[in-house]
Design a protein around this ligand. Structure first.
Ligand SMILES: [Fe+2]
Length: 417
């Protein structure tokens, strides 16, 4: 997060916050923190330590890192006589903030058998208590509110990552464990696919406080215009059943549908179907879910696709992925924040993750939140079933490298008219 001055925060008209607004904000903060612990509750202590791949982090690390964020960017700044809970955590739980200093290598987070989970729980509780004292104490400044809100949005992002990382971890276990019965399965998109058509227009793209809620990240700013050629966009996501035809009719065997880098990625990883699919001997397809192995539901949205797979499928059906401007223009016109646009799968766009015209990175460590990642990644729009309640909005820009497939990422097709 950067450009904190541009972040819209409610009730900031004066230097000091009305006490009731701060009490309500802190209640939200505590509920949000509790949700992180609820996500960890079905897991064993061992589940919380292991790192299944460099891109995924152990649950214990997520719980500590989100706390480190509040300690570093709020407590250290605003608490009189601040002293660190444990000075080693500055190194252990810094994710990527160069301005904060050296950090433990990302790929080795799974080696952190210490501190123990019990110590991380103590860390969380102490930071929450100390935050309460300053946030609800005298003269907590507006800038502190902005940073607290940023930390809350940051923890929500990690809550989604906790679910995607748990899923990946459990999928690596031959026992194919059940994380929680009934979790995140059966998100049906079965309905007739129709195309929403749009004439050429100058679209306003970016965060609009009146429509998009009280908060945005800096990468959603500033609001700007983009010319959009005539296009059509699908009324729903691509389903498992539709994607299965691509799989069974040789989509993964024909380089004609793939970007060159995508074909290299497919071949070197030997992908012949989506990440969590499994072809059974009797010919019944199965899919690993947070509820263990399940029969592949043809009516559910296809999930966990890389950009390369999404792009190849779109070519195979004679369509393409939408640009993010097309996606946002359409979502604002037709979605009404309905499920399918928000709440099933993040939707790959063909737009590179780049700054909007006029984007500015704020000085200091929090300026490293988004801006420095604006290269070699693609934008995903919408939100998934793993996205925490209240975290999605029309202008939200998620981003991942083209190879990432462990996120809840799917396809909404588009075509030029
Ligand atoms: Fe983080």
């Amino acid at each position: 997060m950067s450009s904190l001055s541009e972040v819209v925060v409610p009730n900031i008209g004066s230097k000091l916050q009305p006490q009731e607004a701060l009490v309500a904000l802190f209640d939200d903060f505590l509920r949000l923190r509790e949700y992180s612990m609820l996500l960890a509750a079905p897991l064993s202590e061992e589940d919380c330590v292991v790192q299944s791949m460099p891109d995924a982090s152990p649950i214990k690390w997520h719980l500590a890192h989100t706390t480190w964020f509040f300690e570093t960017f709020v407590l250290a700044r605003f608490e009189p006589q601040f002293s660190a809970f444990n000075s080693a955590y500055r190194y252990l739980f810094n994710s990527y903030y160069d301005a904060v200093g050296e950090r433990h290598p990302r790929a080795q987070r799974g080696l952190l058998t210490r501190p123990a989970m019990s110590e991380v729980r103590r860390y969380r509780a102490e930071v929450e208590q100390r935050l309460q004292a300053i946030v609800l104490g005298p003269d907590y400044p507006a800038e502190g509110v902005e940073l607290l809100q940023l930390g809350m949005q940051h923890e929500q992002q990690h809550q989604e990552l906790m679910l995607t990382d748990i899923k990946h971890l459990l999928s690596c276990n031959p026992l194919k464990p059940d994380y929680l019965p009934g979790t995140l399965i059966g998100l049906s998109v079965a309905s007739e696919l129709c195309w929403h058509q749009f004439d050429a227009s100058v679209a306003e793209i970016g965060y609009r406080p009146a429509f998009d809620g009280e908060f945005c990240f800096d990468n959603e700013l500033p609001l700007h215009r983009q010319f959009v050629e005539p296009f059509a966009i699908a009324s729903r996501l691509v389903s498992n059943g539709e994607y299965l035809r691509f799989v069974e009719q040789g989509g993964y065997a024909d380089p004609a549908f793939w970007l060159a880098a995508g074909w290299d990625w497919r071949c070197s990883n030997n992908f012949v179907h989506p990440l969590y699919w499994q072809s059974a001997e009797e010919g019944e397809w199965q899919e690993f879910t947070l509820h263990g192995m399940q029969r592949l539901d043809p009516d559910a949205a296809v999930l966990h696709l890389s950009y390369f797979e999404a792009d190849a499928y779109a070519r195979w059906v004679g369509a393409r992925l939408p640009t993010e401007a097309e996606w946002e223009l359409a979502a604002r016109s037709v979605s009404g924040l309905r499920r399918d646009w928000f709440g099933v799968a993040w939707q790959w766009t063909s737009s590179s993750y780049a700054p909007y015209p006029g984007y500015a990175i704020a000085p200091g460590a929090v300026g490293e939140y988004n801006g420095k990642f604006m290269v070699n990644q693609y934008v995903l729009r919408g939100a998934s079933g793993a996205t925490p309640e209240g975290h999605a909005r029309m202008s939200y820009r998620n981003f991942f490298p083209a190879t990432a497939c462990w996120q809840y990422s799917g396809i909404r097709l588009a075509q030029s008219l």
